[in-house]
Design a protein around this ligand. Sequence first.
Ligand code: GUN
Ligand code: ZN
Length: 437
Amino acid sequence: TPPEKFALRGDLLDFTAAPAWGEIDPGSALRFQPDHWLLVDERGRIQGTQAEAPDASWRQIDHSGRLILPGFIDTHVHAPQLDVIASYGAELLDWLNTYTFPAECRYADPAVARAGAERFLDALLAHGTTAAVVFATVHKVSAEALFEAAAQRGMRLITGKVLMDRNAPAALLDADVASAERDCVDLISRWHGVGRLAYAVTPRFAPTSTPAQLAMAGALCRADASLYMQTHVAENRAEVAWVSELFPDARSYLDVYAREGLLHPRAVLAHGVWLDDADRAVLKASGAQIAFSPSSNLFLGSGLFDWAAAAQAGVAVSVASDVGGGSSLSMQRNLLDGYKVQALAGQRMSAWAGLHAATRGAAEALGLVDEIGHFGAGTLADVCVWDWAVGPVATARAEVARGLHERVFAWMGLSDERNLHSAYVAGVPKYSRSSTA
Ligand code: GUN
Ligand code: ZN
């Protein structure tokens, strides 16, 4: 189909800046434009927003009465772990051995990797997530399959082959440091910076990489500052204790990565539940971000991330599903879990703080704010159209909401992927509820 200009009508909500943490007055950071038009040009870029209907050169798509948001950005999720989502009864290290590692072994097979990548990216889109930072498996072909499937869909995707060379089944280990490096270099040369794809150097976590492999990962990052880095840090207490045995010279778990040059502005570290003030200062100074994964932290019994302390220290925090440790790809579900985690610490995560972190905040932390995360002119139209309420409970709740924050908070708390009407990627419709019903 030839590209054409179109305009979406609905209640437009996005952010122009970060709202103050823990306050329900968003100040000028929030841009709520009820019953406005979002104009998307023939290149799939946002031209602007306006109250009046555009002229007849724009195809008009009327979603009045619906909520229109920038596509969500999930900053930490494991593609192959959709196969083990909602697995019973284990903390992190048991869960890895019992469910996750066996599931990841299957991704050595290119056919499994390809089908898995397609199923995973289509699932992200069906949950309103249009961009993600994704773990593949150790197998080169699993990263390859994700890049190919994302390119077909036009999605912004950051991924990489997992690096692991100890403390896991042999089928999931790199043969040696040199072969792992060759795989990374080859994937980087073929995919990094191609279209909307970027490579993330991906040491799984400190326990499954030898110091030599971590040093290789750090050298890759130092050689090319445009590369991302993704890993896990300080998720679970038994894990933290194990890392201190494996790396007795490190001041902390985070320090294992810091010493190898793995912390930089394009580094995404999942969890960070068990960090201290010194770690937070190191994160702040490096520009690395924490991918807060509340559903996973609750599901695996890992602990309660202290977002307020991170915000206080100036650490960038995004929100992530961490499926399959997390039990839903829905960013609303994850945000509501995030709210509950903060509530247990006597803190309040506003709908603004949550939705900003899942859109513009993540884009800023990833260095992608010129491309995604908001409705600013010139950005790519990764846009989702949501029903404000599905079913009698959410409908009745919305009717009595007093004020905008209460209404949006109730939406965040009561909605999920069933509320998604349609998802656009760079101005191209990639998911529509009716077509898959
Ligand atoms: N730490 C190391 N690997 C993993 C993983 O796959 N999931 C989570 N949640 N934590 C990890
Ligand atoms: Zn994870």
